[in-house]
Design a protein around this ligand. Structure first.
Ligand SMILES: Nc1nc2c(ncn2[C@@H]2O[C@H](COP(=O)(O)OP(=O)(O)OP(=O)(O)O)[C@@H](O)[C@H]2O)c(=O)[nH]1
Ligand SMILES: [Zn+2]
Length: 339
C-alpha cells in the first residue's frame, strides 16, 4: 500500500507511459547542495544524482519527475529524468552560454511583486518573456496591496504592460485576494512563484497554506531590500489544490527564450507593425513606421534591446553547438531557429 498519492503531485498516465512499469518514480521537491528531496509513493527520500548513469547531461531540477534506484547511505540515486513538459529557464548567471532550468513541469508561472517598492517595467517584461517561453500560463501577483493607495492605477499600468496576462493583487491584511490565487493552483497542476527577494512569496505560500510554514523575516525598513530567506526552490503541495514552487529571490534575469515569447509580451508592437511600410522595419527611424509614436518610446526601446539580447543568445548557442558537435553530448534543449 502506498503512503502518498502521487497523482496529487500531477502524476498521470502520460508520465507513467514515459517510465518503465517496474521503475520507482517520484517528483523532486527540492534541490540543494547537489542532493534532492524526492517524493515517492513511499514517502520523501533523499536522492543523489547519478550523473554517470543519468541520460545525457540533464541536471535534475525542482519539479522534475525522475526514476530512482537504491543508492549509498540510505539514499537513492536518480537514474533518469523523465522528459519535461514546460520548463522555466533563464540564462545561467555564471556560465553565460547555457540555460539554467529554474523549475521543471510548471503549468502557471507567477511573477510576484511587492507594492512596497516600484516595479520597473523592464523587469516585468523580462520575467514575462521567460514565463511565456516556458509554455506555462504567466500571471502577475501584486502583493502587499495594503502598502499602496494606488492599487487600481498600478494594476491598470501592469495590465497594459502584460497583454494576455491575468494581474492579481493580494495582501496578508484580511487575506485579501488569496482565494483568487488559490484558483490558479488547480488540483494536480504546478504553479511557480518567482520574483525578487522580499517580494512576499513565502508570505503568500503561508497564506495559501493557512498557517506559518516557511520562515519569513522582516524586510530591512530603510531600503526595503529583502533578506534572503528562501534558500532553495521548494515544491509544496497545497491541500485540496495543486503544487506551489517557492523560489529564492531573483533580482533580474538574463533572457533565454525564443522570439515567439518576446512577441507575446510585446503583442502591441507586433500588432501595429503589420502596417509598417517595410516588412523588415526596425521601428527605429524608418519612414512609414506604424509603431513609432504609437507605442511609447521607452517601451519600444526595451523591445529592441530584448530582441538584440535574444539575437546574441542565438549567436552564442550556435557557437556552442559548433563546439559541442566535436564532443559527445548534445544540446540540453531542443534546437532553436532564428526567424
Ligand atoms: N505590509 C505587508 N507586508 C508584507 C505582506 N506580505 C509580505 N510582507 C512582508 O514582506 C517581507 C518579505 O516577505 P517574504 O514573504 O519573506 O518575501 P519572499 O519573496 O519570500 O523573500 P525571499 O524568501 O527572500 O525570496 C516580510 O517582512 C513580510 O512580512 C503584505 O501583504 N503586507
Ligand atoms: Zn515600423
Amino acid at each position: 500500500m502506498s503512503l502518498i498519492d502521487l497523482s496529487a503531485y500531477g502524476w498521470d498516465a502520460a508520465w507513467a507511459a514515459s517510465a518503465d512499469d517496474s521503475a520507482r518514480c517520484g517528483r523532486i521537491t527540492r534541490v540543494d547542495r547537489g542532493e534532492c528531496d524526492v517524493v515517492t509513493s513511499d514517502g520523501v527520500v533523499r536522492a543523489i544524482s547519478d550523473s554517470t548513469r543519468s541520460q545525457g547531461a540533464i541536471a535534475p531540477a525542482t519539479g522534475d519527475w525522475v526514476v530512482v534506484e537504491p543508492g549509498p547511505d540510505d539514499k537513492v540515486a536518480i537514474v533518469r529524468v523523465l522528459p519535461r513538459r514546460h520548463t522555466l529557464a533563464r540564462r545561467d548567471p555564471s556560465e553565460q552560454i547555457v540555460d539554467q532550468v529554474l523549475v521543471a513541469n510548471v503549468d502557471v508561472v507567477a511573477f510576484v511583486h511587492g507594492l512596497d517598492r516600484p516595479l520597473p517595467p523592464g523587469r516585468l517584461e523580462r520575467f514575462l518573456v521567460l514565463a511565456w517561453d516556458s509554455g506555462a500560463q504567466p500571471v502577475v501577483i501584486l502583493t502587499k496591496a495594503d502598502r499602496t493607495e494606488l492599487l487600481r492605477e498600478i494594476t491598470l499600468v501592469v495590465e497594459a504592460t502584460s497583454p494576455g496576462v491575468p494581474v492579481l493583487a493580494t495582501s496578508r491584511v484580511d487575506d485579501f485576494g488569496i482565494d483568487a490565487v488559490l484558483q490558479l493552483v488547480a488540483p494536480r497542476t504546478t504553479c511557480a512563484l518567482v520574483g525578487a527577494s522580499g517580494a512576499g512569496k513565502s508570505t503568500l505560500v503561508n497564506l495559501l497554506l493557512g498557517h506559518e510554514r516557511l520562515a519569513t523575516k522582516e524586510v530591512r525598513a530603510r531600503d526595503s531590500k529583502g533578506r534572503h530567506t528562501t534558500v532553495a526552490r521548494e515544491l509544496i503541495l497545497l491541500p485540496g489544490a495543486g503544487a506551489l514552487v517557492d523560489t529564492p529571490g531573483i533580482r533580474s534575469v538574463g533572457v533565454w527564450a525564443d522570439e515567439a515569447a518576446l512577441d507575446r509580451v510585446f503583442s502591441d508592437v507586433i500588432e501595429f507593425s503589420a502596417n509598417c511600410r517595410f516588412a523588415d522595419c526596425a521601428h527605429d527611424r524608418e519612414p512609414g513606421c506604424a509603431v513609432l509614436g504609437v507605442v511609447p518610446g521607452a517601451r519600444l526601446a526595451r523591445y529592441r534591446a530584448l530582441r538584440q539580447e535574444i539575437d546574441e543568445m542565438f549567436t552564442r548557442e550556435e557557437e556552442r553547438a559548433r563546439l559541442l558537435s566535436r564532443g559527445a553530448t548534445g544540446p540540453r534543449r531542443g534546437p532553436r531557429h532564428r526567424r
